[in-house]
Design a protein around this ligand. Structure first.
Ligand code: FAD
Length: 415
């Protein structure tokens, strides 16, 4: 299924795969996207990274095909707290409006509760002494706004299809495009640059990247209804002699709680009642009293969901015609909520490195690879801080015990 941008005056509303009405195209590039499945860039995955890259490149006049296996609103426990550095990057991409109209909650910092004692840690201030703001929201609502922004871009066509493999030149090994399954039928999309942005469980990573993610714990998520938070407008991190717990309000009535459970945690063993046992016996008594009633209600309701907390070191893209972006390329523990900030800042950097001024023709694979090597090194200045902070804080907090909490260390976490 091809998703249309809102109809422009001169365009019809035909579908590439067989509408009765002949389609009137905006331009030749759109005709090539629909009829030949061909563009400058083919992106796999209309998630956090894929949508924003599609808009950024589309704004530069590149012809983009964005492939997504399901265009339904995602219902996930990830990507719900956007750091101020992510808000800023979104603004640089002209996409800040995507944070409006989704019942997002303004966030001004953290309340770190350490063995019952809270420390309020505001986000850093800007040059005018104004505290920078983050946002918390329902992930699915935010994604739908990003997809709408991509669909509204005249140079982007979104296709609902599942990418199954890359198409490679037998002579040069260069990636030429993507093979897909659309409604059970084989389908093909071609472009000089294919971007893999298919998320944490990437189908393509195994084939092309020399390293794979490591996950030693999971976050288990519950949704609390009308929870009372100690400091509204702040993320809460609950620490003690147990693995870390994160709490943040994602809508007017909904609050997310994420509970880290490492592999083989004794308090979550079958003998101790499993995950629910850990939640009841360890988490419940450790929470601030005001949160307990909503947590108990969520515990009774059940339907917990989990996600692996992965670490994946980034590597340089060396494959002609292909690049990885977002979680398929690089992951860190989500304790500090850094993944979306990384993805948006990566897109800002790529937009500049792959601009038509820097790379007039994306089929110049040598030049593209040179720019992608620059991308690998230039992203380090910001991204390494996020990656290292996330892994280091998790190692400290998951260790439990009486550690001295450094306020200065945490103050950097506004990115
Ligand atoms: C438990 C948990 C909580 C998190 N919380 C936060 C947080 O609060 N803040 C934060 O910044 N980060 C958070 N993260 C990280 C954040 O969610 C990711 O970094 C971010 O979503 C990565 O974006 P992405 O575009 O790479 O992947 P995704 O956003 O997952 O997008 C991938 C897209 O690709 C599509 N896709 C997959 N396979 C195919 C295929 N074969 N064909 C076509 N389409 C395909 C998927 O349907 C999806 O739409 C969290 C992570 C975890 C595990």
């Amino acid at each position: 299924m091809v998703v249309e941008a809102p109809p422009c005056p001169q365009s019809g509303n035909g579908f590439a795969n067989g509408s009765a009405k002949p389609k009137v195209y905006r331009d030749e590039a759109e005709r090539r996207r629909y009829e030949h499945h061909e563009a400058d860039v083919v992106i796999i995955g209309a998630g956090i990274a894929g949508c924003t890259l599609a808009v950024a490149l589309g704004n530069q006049g590149r012809s983009v095909i964005l492939l997504e296996r399901s265009l339904k609103e995602p219902d996930r426990i990830v990507g719900e707290l956007l750091q101020p550095g992510g808000v800023r990057a979104l603004e640089q991409l002209g996409l800040r409006d995507c944070l409006e109209g989704i019942d997002a909650v303004r966030t001004y910092g953290y309340d770190v509760i350490y063995f019952g004692n809270g420390v309020k840690i505001p986000f850093p201030s800007d040059a005018n002494d104004k505290i920078l703001e983050g946002r918390c929201f329902h992930h699915g609502r935010f994604i739908m706004c990003l997809r709408e922004a991509a669909a509204a871009n005249p140079n982007v066509t979104i296709v609902e299809t599942k990418a199954v493999s890359t198409i490679k030149s037998t002579h040069t090994g260069e990636v030429l495009g993507v093979q897909c399954q659309t409604d059970g039928k084989q389908d093909f999309y071609f472009g000089p640059l294919t971007v893999v942005a298919d998320g944490y469980a990437s189908t393509f990573r195994k084939e092309y990247l020399p390293i794979q993610p490591v996950a030693k714990s999971k976050f288990w998520g519950l949704e609390l209804i009308d929870a009372k938070l100690p400091i509204p407008g702040h993320g809460h991190v609950v620490l003690g002699d147990f693995p870390p717990i994160l709490i943040y309000q994602i809508g007017e009535h909904e609050t997310r709680i994420l509970i880290d459970i490492p592999d083989n945690l004794p308090s979550a063993s079958v003998a101790n009642g499993g995950v629910k046992g850990h939640m009841r016996n360890v988490v419940l008594p450790s929470l601030p009293e005001c949160i307990r009633p909503s947590f108990e209600a969520a515990l009774e309701k059940g339907g917990f969901r989990s996600m692996p907390n992965s670490f994946l070191r980034p590597v340089t893209n060396r494959i002609p015609g292909l690049m990885f972006l977002g979680d398929s390329l690089n992951m860190r523990h989500p304790l500090t909520g850094g993944g979306m900030t990384v993805a948006f800042n990566d897109v800002v950097l790529l937009r500049d490195l792959l601009s038509p001024e820097a790379v007039p023709d994306l089929s110049d694979t040598k030049l593209v690879l040179k720019q992608l090597s620059k991308f690998h090194w230039q992203r380090k200045s910001l991204i390494s801080v996020i990656n290292i902070l996330a892994q280091a804080l998790y190692s400290i907090f998951a260790a439990g015990g009486k550690l001295i909490l450094s306020r200065r260390l945490l103050l950097g976490s506004g990115y």
